[in-house]
Design a protein around this ligand. Structure first.
Ligand SMILES: Nc1ncnc2c1ncn2[C@@H]1O[C@H](COP(=O)(O)OP(=O)(O)OP(=O)(O)O)[C@@H](O)[C@H]1O
Length: 982
């Protein structure tokens, strides 16, 4: 169940941004001799990280002088032999490449890092590999290489099967977990952070120890980087940001377009071997820093220039924004240095748009202003647009003209559906393409927002256009005059565009059903638009439509279009920043354009950081699922979250987040405990977390029971923030076969089971009291009596011969007024995990004999509680009426009692029961008669008979005298029993 619910709660996980990290397991005892070198020296850049210099493929000082990809490549190629030599042994390596002792130590500890460093072929044996590796440290590189291979291998192939990775058992789907840990947005850094290495990449050994340089804003322009392995001082995410901030691009896989492989160690994985194969130079973190730093002198000048320019632009943009100066701006755009902009606008933005820029339409939102004018302007989904075009173009042929000849084609013919259903996420151009295609083919588009026309049309369409929208639609689609082919040439063709059809509910006065009816009779094409084609509401509609599913445009496509818009608006922003924007809005072009316009209000030059800042703050308004919230709280970066972020996360769903925390905290191995060989620290952390969750529960009770809502934050603090702060880290499975993702809180299910069990226990309790054999409370019954009752009920059935056992048990049940349900309750509530089922050793024949014997005795059973009465022919006992009958009354029962009861039986019986009664006879004189005869306080004995049985109509048997008088002697209080004198 939890997994099902999980599906619904799970949002698309962030792909690992690579920020997941692990505490550095070892700090080298001695600093490497190399690390003493100054970082700003070009040659030293490889070494000063104190880490293994990797290979000849690493750029040296030459690389730093390179300003463009080309030159770098050339230079490196010049230094690089055409074919990569196989790796030398340590002895053969030059001194600066040989691992220092400290590095060896580091290596070994890396090996302890169970995550990254196990060759794929040796999966599931990671633990065993370690000692071997340690023994082999003399030639550490190979060990490291192979282990890192896996790291890279995993990084590169997050989609690979679990079987290829050592931690399979803990597995869950593709690339999932890592992302949850990061505070970043959606779908970041593709290909990284597969669940196997979630949170398992090491922390950079010199994390935060180096000053991150600032260079000229575009100094890495046109360079593409791929990051591999752990860097020296930067987390991957930081490195990525640094590169992007300076105009560079970061991709996840090495290709011909890659300029550098950013790596501080030659991890020997797929990325590095591919880089070597393609002759792509390696670059260390220090190399990168240096490259950026180097642009600085230029930067200061450039910055000043930029400042000037931007202040000028700002002035201009302010001028431009004031309505009466619009023309000035446009003149400039055309005349002064805007040729580029004008050029770049060409393909996507049609000329009249640029014109419109200059005038009265400047108040339009950019989404309107830059709405595509031709189907070709729509970015992405061109094949879908073509399909739509073809469908619309041939519609008449298929349905109108064919209709005259042979009533059109069948709806089942998938090639000729009368309507089309465009589906896809918001803001990707569905409505736009519907309008443009219609326009292009000369159709008059009649747009209806389906969510406005929720109801069904009147049966009489005659009410017509003046009526509701639904009526108008019916009128429209069936209008003979408008569509009659004879007059066709005189009238413009129409197409009905029904937007947001998922907004009209199927259950909501038949909106969808009505739409389907309209489609069937329609004489004009209908284009339906929705976001989710798989919505339940649209289940029936899809059968009548040609489904066309829109995909999100790629970030490159979006960035290109956004660049055109930015250029047209004179906004300075580079493509990397635009790609970031495209990525952050998750393919929603409308949102991207809106965000761009919003940012342009305050700035005329926008950089990567501005985009990040803007979208981080807007991301706050997004709804996040409780699972994402817990992922973030418990993730590796959970410790780095600010307190307000933690509060936001825990309060995002104050009911469910604490439940999920409580369910999963035990699975986390906290990062903060470091190495914890005997697990004591972890236990201590768990204990503290549990205590805090307990406190949270106390708060919660105060809030719910006494409405102390002011304690909400304290409750979240105790039940989510403290446990997460203690336990955040690496999630692991505790049982074989368990899936390694956060489970839905089990409390809700358990609570429901508990309530059911309490109800059943209460039934047993009432019957038990009614028997007057004991006076006890519910807890005592459960704790002290159940074991004994169970023995009495099951042992005879296991040990004794069938007849004897059955008789003994039935007698016992009668003595304590236990029903068959009570029997089951006692058995069920006495079951414990790991203990044998008490019913296991009882033969089925014995069980059925027991049931039979119990039922046989039911007609002459002493009734002590209303719900114990069962009437023949009725499945449901009319409890209330019987209870009323059993109420003590002073005088004799009125003679109509029997009839009243019979009536009641009829009232209570469902149709099936009525049938049963019918079988038994439903005439007044055939109705079952109930006669109760006893004046004993203990209970009444009921004997039922049916008049039509041919027996005497009333049989009265006094309740077992001995027991009744015993009870009377005891003067026991009867709870739940009803006595009746007749
Ligand atoms: N593929 C695209 N190419 C160019 N511009 C686009 C594209 N998609 C969206 N836009 C921009 O976003 C605006 C809104 O697009 P549109 O209304 O067509 O989106 P939609 O997919 O129909 O969204 P919804 O599902 O919310 O109705 C357009 O005016 C246009 O400026």
């Amino acid at each position: 169940m939890s997994s099902d619910i999980r599906k619904w709660f799970m949002k698309q996980h962030d792909k690992g941004s690579g920020s997941v990290s692990k505490p550095a397991t070892v700090v080298p005892d001695k600093p490497s001799p190399l690390s003493s070198q100054k970082p700003n020296q070009v040659q030293a850049t490889q070494e000063n990280s104190g880490r293994r210099k990797t290979s000849k493929y690493f750029t040296t000082s030459t690389a730093k002088e390179v300003n463009s990809e080309e030159t770098v490549k050339e230079k490196v190629e010049a230094k690089t032999p055409p074919k990569r030599k196989t790796r030398k042994s340590n002895e053969d390596l030059p001194d600066d490449i040989k691992p220092s002792p400290a590095k060896k130590l580091h290596r070994n500890d890396d090996d302890d890092d169970e995550d990254d460093f196990v060759p794929p072929s040796k999966d599931k044996r990671s633990a065993e590999v370690k000692p071997t590796k340690k023994m082999k440290t003399g030639s550490g590189i190979q060990i490291i290489r192979s282990s890192h291979q896996v790291d890279d291998h995993l990084e590169d192939e997050t989609n690979e099967k679990d079987s290829e990775t050592p931690l399979k058992a803990g597995g869950r789907g593709k690339g999932g977990r890592g992302s949850g840990a990061t505070a970043r947005g959606r779908g970041r850094g593709g290909g990284r952070g597969g669940f196997m290495n979630f949170g398992e990449r090491k922390d950079p050994p010199h994390k935060g120890e180096k000053e991150v340089p600032e260079g000229a804003p575009e100094c890495l322009n046109s360079l593409t980087f791929v990051i591999s392995g752990t860097l020296d001082s930067l987390e991957r995410e930081e490195a990525e940001d640094l590169i992007k901030r300076h105009g560079g691009r970061v991709t996840s896989a090495v290709s011909k377009k890659t300029s550098f492989l950013l790596a501080d160690e030659d991890v020997g994985g797929r990325k590095s071997s591919k880089a070597k194969e393609l002759g792509i130079p390696f670059l260390t973190e220090d190399g990168l820093f240096d490259m950026i730093r180097k642009s600085k002198p230029a930067k200061t000048q450039m910055q000043e220039e930029k400042k000037k320019r931007s202040s000028e632009k700002l002035d201009k943009s302010i001028i431009n924004k004031s309505p009466h100066k619009v023309e000035v701006k446009d003149d400039k755009a055309v005349s002064v240095g805007r040729k580029d902009a004008a050029k770049s606008v060409k393909p996507g933005i049609s000329p009249d748009k640029r014109k419109s820029h200059s005038g009265d339409r400047s108040s339009l939102t950019w989404t309107e202003k830059y709405r595509p004018k031709l189907p070709n302007d729509i970015i992405g989904n061109q094949s879908i647009v073509k399909q739509l075009h073809d469908w619309l173009m041939t519609w008449d042929e298929h349905f109108l003209h064919a209709g005259q000849k042979g009533k059109g084609k069948k709806q089942s013919d998938s090639g000729s559906k009368k309507a089309v259903l465009l589906s896809g996420s918001p803001g990707i151009g569905k409505s736009t393409s519907a309008k443009l295609v219609s326009q292009m083919l000369g159709f008059q588009a009649i747009e209806v927002n389906a969510s406005d026309s929720r109801g069904k049309a009147d049966a009489k369409i005659g009410k017509g256009i003046g009526g509701s929208t639904s009526n108008s639609i019916k009128e429209l689609v069936s209008n003979e005059i408008v569509n009659s082919s004879s007059d066709w040439s005189k009238h413009q063709k129409s197409v009905l565009i029904m937007d947001e059809v998922d907004g009209m509910s199927a259950g909501d006065r038949g909106g969808v059903a009505d739409l389907i009816a309209s489609i069937k009779i329609s004489k004009i094409p209908i284009i339906c638009i929705c976001n989710d084609r798989y919505s339940q509401k649209l289940k029936s509609l899809v059968n009548y439509c040609l489904p066309l599913n829109y995909r999100k445009p790629t970030k490159q496509q979006m960035a290109k279009r956004l660049k055109q818009i930015a250029d047209a608006e004179g906004l300075q922003i580079n493509e990397v920043a635009l790609e970031e924007l495209a990525e952050r809005v998750n393919g929603d072009m409308r949102m991207a354009i809106n965000q761009l316009q919003y940012m342009s209000i305050s700035k005329s030059a926008i950089n990567y950081d501005d985009v990040r800042q803007r979208l981080l703050s807007s991301a706050k308004d997004e709804d996040i699922s409780p699972f994402t919230a817990v992922d973030k709280l418990f993730g590796f970066n959970g410790g780095k979250l600010r307190m307000d972020e933690r509060i936001d996360l825990s309060m995002s769903d104050p009911d469910l987040v604490p439940l999920i925390v409580q369910e999963n905290y035990i699975n986390y191995r906290p990062t903060s405990i470091g190495k914890d060989e005997n697990g004591v620290k972890r236990m201590q952390f768990l204990a503290r977390a549990a205590e805090s969750i307990g406190d949270g529960d106390i708060f919660n009770v105060q809030i719910r029971r006494y409405r102390q809502w002011q304690l909400s934050q304290s409750s979240s603090f105790a039940s989510c923030i403290i446990p997460a702060a203690l336990m955040h880290g690496h999630r692991e499975t505790l049982e074989p076969g368990e899936r390694n993702f956060n489970r839905f809180g089990g409390w809700l299910g358990k609570n429901s089971t508990m309530r059911k069990n309490l109800r059943l226990l209460e039934d047993v309790h009432v019957h038990f009291l009614a028997s007057q054999e004991a006076k006890l409370n519910r807890a005592t019954l459960r704790v002290d009596y159940f074991t004994l009752l169970l023995k009495q009920l099951t042992y005879p059935l296991q040990m004794m011969p069938k007849e004897v056992a059955v008789q003994k048990v039935v007698e016992f049940m009668d003595a304590y007024s236990l029903t068959q349900e009570d029997f089951d309750t006692i058995v069920d509530l006495s079951k414990f995990k790991g203990h044998p089922n008490p019913m296991d050793n009882i033969q089925p024949a014995v069980k059925s004999a027991l049931t039979k014997a119990y039922k046989q005795g039911s007609s002459s059973r002493v009734v002590r509680s209303a719900d114990l009465i069962t009437l023949p022919g009725l499945k449901k006992a009319p409890k209330k009426r019987i209870a009323a009958l059993l109420e003590p009354v002073e005088n004799g029962v009125s003679e109509e009692n029997g009839e009243a009861l019979a009536e009641n039986e009829e009232e209570n019986s469902d149709s099936e029961d009525a049938d049963d009664v019918g079988l038994l006879g439903t005439n007044a004189d055939q109705k079952p008669q109930l006669d109760l005869l006893t004046n004993k306080p203990k209970g009444v004995q009921v004997q039922l008979d049916l008049k039509n049985n041919g027996k005497s109509n009333v049989k009265k048997t006094p309740a077992s005298k001995s027991r009744a008088s015993e009870a009377a002697d005891k003067g026991a209080q009867v709870t739940g029993s009803r006595k009746r004198k007749k």
